[in-house]
Design a protein. Sequence first.
Length: 113
Amino acid sequence: VQLVESGGGLVQPGGSLRLSCVASGFTFSNYGMRWYRQAPGKERELVATTTATGRATNYRDSVKGRFTIFRDNANNTVYLQMNYLKTEDTAVYYCRPTGVDAWGKGTLVTVSS
């Protein structure tokens, strides 16, 4: 299993970013996908999930209404659209297939003025 996250960067509060995760080594369309994040000095936390078809999604309360998870099964890619970013969203973001113990290197999101 390989997971390659990208799209992170430095953004001002209130700004937007779209993260991408290209997956390989498993049948992508058979698995739900998740985005996690880990802020400096904190434990990794679950941010958003989507089912294998993408028809159902779920979010942690702090990002509801601001983040959207969606996927492109034809291209083995899951995305995280992040709007109205806050300083507390600063973290390394990771994707992961549901039930599979595999992690990519993550992509760093820094929200700062």
